[in-house]
Design a binder for this molecule. Structure first.
Ligand code: F6P
Length: 564
């Protein structure tokens, strides 16, 4: 069993009490971003940070110098720095699964081989062995040396996986599209809904397609079902195309040329019929939602190349180092996590929006939903005792400007206050002009306008001064004081993307540490999986139906009447 000490109850610390009083004082005086900006000409300077090559402006948050100090005190009160160092060193901080949590080892450079020995294993050495194998494999596919069973080069990947074995790769694949340079694309199949697979396989030439099965456990129902179906599709389609004769021997050869796998369970991969030479491993100390920079990112290495993947890993590592080496008061990564605690536990805010102002990050909020909510959506602490405060806010979002025309109304004027992270880049892969207007500037103007409107609002007098009829003045008032963080980068490079992912990994860690929860297990997904196994037979089997609750029975009756 893990020997991690019981969590410190943050709510019982003097730091928590100080934050409570500080919050009450701010509310009493009136939260007033406009006033705070006017009173302190250095506010932006004091609340701006550089981490890696990203710039952070925290000034439009509901914080003062004092808040920053008190949040850092809270971090110290729960031994945040010690726990961070324990995580980096391979201590089994995932207590309920008795595992190390070492995603930071996935991006350590080769010269750090020997620095982390976990359970008798040199983690960084193992990481680089697999990376080197993946890079060699990817080069073969990219150069055309790797051929399908009929001698054609690979032009398409199909990656099968779900949750952490899908969301990260899809998000990065979408984000880095301008860097695709080998004429290879990838389609990702995740849902067990047969429609997902049917649509993704449409129009694919099996002779030029390579399938990557990605599953940490290699037991996940959705992934294994999809993998078996795609195997059948591939063998059938190759036979129909005359590429193989359907004999066991030729089928095995086709699987060798068209299927590879990524998993921690290499024995199960072999059972599936995949050549161990075409299997890439990772380790139990990599959580699924923390795995995009492990072998789980194989599709990305093939599409974008080893060099880009190395830059991606370097971006993660830059933030890992920053997070470890920067004092808490100046550590924007830690402060963003602590500030989320401030909003959830002291203001009672229940959700957090992430709004990328780059279309390439359109899957980033979905990726963050698993990262943050599967990690911190919990009610017990790492020693099994109940939590002592609220945990796990809802993360959500869509890229701007689309979100502006959908849900920003609620962010600007709703009764819920929703802290939001805006992410933007100074350069775009596709510069465009509309007449004389630089369209990227038009886009960025929106990012700045939204954060300004949220922070400073518009008073009734300002609305009246525009000649607005008195009756509709209230509807046109913006309260302001709606908190935002602006994250600004130069360009959405592989490096910057690695930085962004590591940033949110560590924000999640900081929040989990304050709440005393094990952010690295996910028992909450198990009950539904078990029940699905019990319920599925009831569609046809009356005995199984009889054991169900009345609502489930009613729904199955509906199904039986309507399924054609
Ligand atoms: O939904 C639960 C979960 O275990 C996730 O944590 C994980 O990312 C996903 O299923 C997929 O698991 P695997 O990679 O083992 O197929």
């Amino acid at each position: 069993m893990s020997t991690v000490p019981a969590p410190i109850d943050a709510t019982a610390t003097p730091a928590w009490e100080a934050l409570k009083q500080h919050h009450a004082q701010l509310v009493k005086e009136g939260i007033d971003l406009k006033g705070w900006f006017a009173a302190d000409p250095d506010r932006v300077k004091k609340l701006s940070f550089e981490a890696g090559d990203l710039h952070f402006d925290l000034s439009k948050n509901l914080i003062t110098d004092e808040t920053v100090k008190l949040l850092a005190d809270l971090g110290r009160a729960v031994n945040l720095e010690q726990r961070r160092d324990d995580m980096y060193a391979g201590v089994h901080i995932n207590t309920t699964e008795d595992r190390a949590v070492l995603h930071t080892a996935l991006r350590r450079p080769k010269d750090e081989i020997g620095s982390i020995i976990v359970d008798g294993q040199d983690a960084v050495k193992d990481v680089h062995e697999v990376l080197d194998r993946m890079y060699a494999f990817a080069e073969k596919v990219r150069s055309g040396e790797w051929k399908g069973v009929s001698g054609k080069r690979i032009e398409h990947l199909v990656s099968i996986g779900i949750g952490g074995s899908d969301l990260g790769p899809v998000m990065v694949y979408e984000a880095l599209k301008p860097y695709a340079d080998a004429g290879i694309d990838c389609r990702y199949i995740s849902n067990i809904d047969p429609n997902d697979q049917a649509e993704k396989l449409k129009g694919l030439d099996p002779e030029t397609t390579l399938v990557i099965i990605v599953s940490k456990t290699f037991t996940t129902l959705e992934t294994l079902t999809n993998a078996r179906e795609v195997k059948a599709w591939m063998l059938n389609a190759l036979k129909e195309a005359g590429a193989i004769d359907g004999s066991d021997e030729q089928n095995a050869e086709a699987i060798k040329k068209h299927f590879v796998a990524v998993s921690t369970a290499l024995d199960l991969v072999a059972d599936f019929g995949i050549d161990p030479e075409n299997a890439f491993g990772f380790w139990s100390w990599v959580g699924g939602r923390y795995s995009v920079d492990s072998a789980v990112g194989l599709s990305l290495i093939v599409v974008y190349g080893p060099e880009r993947f190395q830059q991606f890993l370097a971006g993660f590592h830059a933030i890992d180092e920053y997070f470890q080496k920067t004092p808490l008061e100046e550590n924007v990564v830690a402060l963003m996590g602590l500030m989320n605690v401030w909003y959830v536990n002291f203001f009672g805010m229940k959700s957090h929006a992430v709004l990328p102002y780059t279309q390439y990050l359109h899957r980033f909020p979905a990726y963050l939903q698993q990262l943050t909510m599967e990690s911190n959506g919990k009610s017990v602490r790492w020693d099994g005792t109940p939590v002592t405060s609220g945990t796990g806010e809802v993360f959500w979002g869509e890229p701007g400007t689309n979100g502006q025309h959908a849900f920003y109304q609620l962010i600007h004027q709703g009764t819920e206050v929703i802290p939001a992270d805006f992410i933007a880049f100074a350069n775009t892969a596709n510069p465009a002009k509309d007449g004389d207007q630089d369209v990227h500037e038009l886009f960025l103007g929106n990012f700045l306008a939204q954060t300004k409107a949220l922070a400073f609002g518009k008073t009734a007098d300002e609305v009246r001064a525009e000649g607005t009829p008195e009756q509709i003045v209230p509807a046109r008032v913006f309260t302001g004081n709606r908190p935002t963080t602006s994250i600004f980068g130069d360009t959405l490079t592989p490096f910057a993307l690695g930085e962004l992912i590591a940033l949110y990994e560590h924000i999640t860690f900081v929040e989990g540490t304050v709440w005393g929860i094990d952010s690295y297990d996910q028992w909450g997904v198990e009950l539904g999986k078990q029940l699905a196994k019990q319920i599925t037979p009831a569609f046809h089997d009356d005995e199984a139906l009889a054991t169900q609750d009345a609502s489930t029975k009613g729904l199955i009756d509906f199904y039986r009447k309507h399924r054609k």
